[in-house]
Unconditional design. Structure first.
Lengths: 346, 251
């Protein structure tokens, strides 16, 4: 082969990956339109379209589209992207395909934080509607710090960090169960509904907050993109290539904490996206993090957007909590995905 | 450039892996590190690479050794990352890579892939390769960084005999052509005798002896260090051939 052919090989790989990303964007656009067009109000598609483009005469349609459907559809996208991205970072820094914020206790921490506010009615110097998200965000951060802190005890090896995550998952689940045990029937119902995960409380302000956090993570990831790729070869090899593995993990945990915390805080625990989206991305584009991270975010957004549509259509006239839908539809899809994968990536 | 190691010690918890090791290696020289399992060979190389906490002095051309001057190839070849050969070798140039890969980085990778006959595998994933092929990929990665010091931890352990010879010939050729200083951990005494300029023998974390292969590798050393009885002969070119006969009973 000549220099041209290696350049051509590299260009072909790049083009293939760009195509995957473009396809993801197009699919997201289609899914977004369908998400906005569907809902229990059974509005005609033309009426929804008119409202979106500011041509509607009906204030009720405008209210449904602009105050409910559009925020929900967009929040599904940014939450899916945040969960997909945090799962991808976690699987990379822990070199473990089972890692995600859900499987390693970060979401459970957030759930415990939310339940604490619901049960104890902790006095917060903020409106009640923001108390639960704030505590969920705070406890997601505490869980992340816990995983990292315990992991440090053994030189922050990936195995130790995963074990720390599993230990914290059980701890927060036990604490959550304890809160449920002592909760009043009303509080218990509220906790259970929060844990299901739901997009129904989406709003424009929440959308902007999640978007700002998501966008703020991008420059850090861009700067670390090759170091994260090197980490996929193992700690020792990454160190041999000049990567400060300890600092890279610390930075990454901060990002995971922010991304998971802000996503879970507003929509509750949604389990499957953070685990599955990176797997889809890995199969499509490999683990060069320049493609892997954006693909994980895009396909996470697509998954949650599709789940949002499904949550409104599986039971006509009702909205099934999205956390239930992601798992019910996601699990068979995930099993099919890993069974048909011929490459030994895990 | 000359590598100077003085009083190098590494401790893992209560285990003293190596103690007060002195080594010097010169540009254009291949120094083979040999010794039984657990004698501290990998710890020595890792300490020189700055990958483990250590006491003692490591200098390169009289100055502290900077990571970008090192091409390090670790022992473990079990990487199953979803990376192509091209991407894995590109990582050897990590410090120089931006979001967009520059043509000169691709050219450097292409040169080393061509040298190791890996071009046909460039777009294959690491998980699709055999252990030996992966070992070649990580040797390519170490070379792609255009290092001054090459540290190779058992680079031919998973290779068939043809590839063992080919890889060691490449290592020797590059060491000479680029003026590299090369430390290579080997288990095969014949390969060490054939390709190394000098041999450093490790025993229980210390230097047992160091010198030219024909001066160091003899019946007494093989018996005392490895606990093996062996015969010694020469090939038509006069190169040492070691034939292990049997394991000696422990003293």
């Amino acid at each position: 082969m000549t220099a041209l052919s290696l350049t051509a090989t590299y260009a072909a790989m790049g083009a293939r990956r760009a195509a995957v990303l473009v396809f993801g964007c197009v699919a997201i656009l289609v899914s977004l339109v369908l998400d906005v067009a569907t809902g229990p109000a059974f509005l005609p598609v033309a009426a929804v379209a008119k409202s979106v483009f500011g041509l509607a005469q009906d204030r009720t349609v405008d209210a449904i589209v602009w105050s409910i459907r559009l925020p929900i559809a967009f929040v599904a996208l940014v939450v899916g992207a945040a969960l997909g991205l945090s799962g991808a970072i976690m699987q990379t820094i822990l070199n473990n395909p089972l890692a995600s914020s859900y499987t390693l206790g970060v979401s459970a921490g957030a759930g415990f934080g939310a339940a604490l506010v619901i049960v104890l009615g902790v006095a917060m110097p903020v409106p009640e509607a923001w108390g639960i998200p704030l505590m969920a965000f705070l406890f997601a951060g505490i869980a992340c710090a816990g995983v990292y802190g315990i992991g440090q005890a053994r030189e922050s090896s990936p195995e130790m960090l995963v074990l720390a995550g599993i230990a914290l998952l059980f701890l927060f689940q036990a604490l959550l169960a304890l809160l449920q045990f002592v909760a009043s029937p009303e509080a218990l119902q509220q906790i259970v509904f929060w844990l299901f995960g739901s997009l129904q409380k989406a709003s424009w302000s929440k959308l902007w907050i999640i978007t700002v956090v998501l966008v703020a993570c991008i420059p850090v990831l861009v700067a670390d993109v090759w170091r994260l790729t090197a980490l996929k070869l193992g700690d020792e090899r990454a160190r041999g290539l000049g990567v400060d593995v300890r600092r890279l993990r610390l930075r990454s945990f901060v990002l995971i904490s922010a991304l998971t915390g802000v996503a879970v805080a507003f929509v509750g625990t949604i389990g499957f996206v953070g685990l599955v989206a990176p797997h889809i991305a890995r199969m499509l584009v490999g683990e060069d993090q320049r493609s892997f991270l954006p693909a994980s975010a895009l396909y996470g957004a697509l998954l949650l957007s599709l789940a949002s549509i499904a949550s409104k259509t599986v039971l006509p006239g009702a909205i099934v909590p999205i956390g239930i839908v992601t798992s019910l539809i996601g699990v068979p899809f995930f099993v099919w995905l890993i069974l048909r994968n011929r490459r030994a990536f895990w | 450039m000359k590598l100077t190691v003085e009083g190098l010690s590494v401790r893992y918890g209560v285990t003293q892996a190596i103690e007060a090791v002195d080594v010097a290696a010169h540009p254009g020289e291949v120094l083979a590190v040999i010794g039984p399992n657990g004698s501290g060979k990998s710890s020595l190389v890792k300490a020189v690479a700055g990958l483990v906490a250590h006491a003692g002095v490591v200098r390169f051309d009289g100055s502290p050794l900077r990571p970008e001057r090192i091409g390090y190839m670790p022992q473990d070849i079990g990487a199953r990352a979803a990376l192509t050969v091209l991407e894995a070798v590109l990582l050897g140039r990590l410090g120089r890579l931006g979001l967009r890969v520059r043509p000169e980085d691709l050219a450097a990778v292409e040169a080393v892939l061509g040298e190791l006959d890996l071009m046909p595998l460039a777009s294959r994933y690491l998980g699709e390769l055999s252990g030996g092929q992966r070992q070649l990929v990580f040797l390519a990665q170490a070379l792609a960084s255009e290092p001054s010091l090459l540290l190779l931890d058992e680079p031919i352990s998973a290779l068939d005999i043809r590839h063992q010879l080919e890889v060691m010939e490449i290592v020797l050729r590059m060491t000479r052509a680029r003026g590299l200083t090369t430390l290579v951990i080997l288990h095969d005494l014949n390969i060490a005798a054939r390709f190394a300029d000098r041999v450093l023998v490790m025993r229980a974390g210390r230097t047992a002896c160091c010198g030219r292969p024909e001066a160091v590798i003899d019946a007494a050393m093989v018996a005392s260090i490895f606990g093996v009885e062996a015969t010694f002969s020469s090939d038509p070119q006069g190169r040492l051939i070691v034939t292990p006969l049997r394991a000696l009973a422990a003293a």
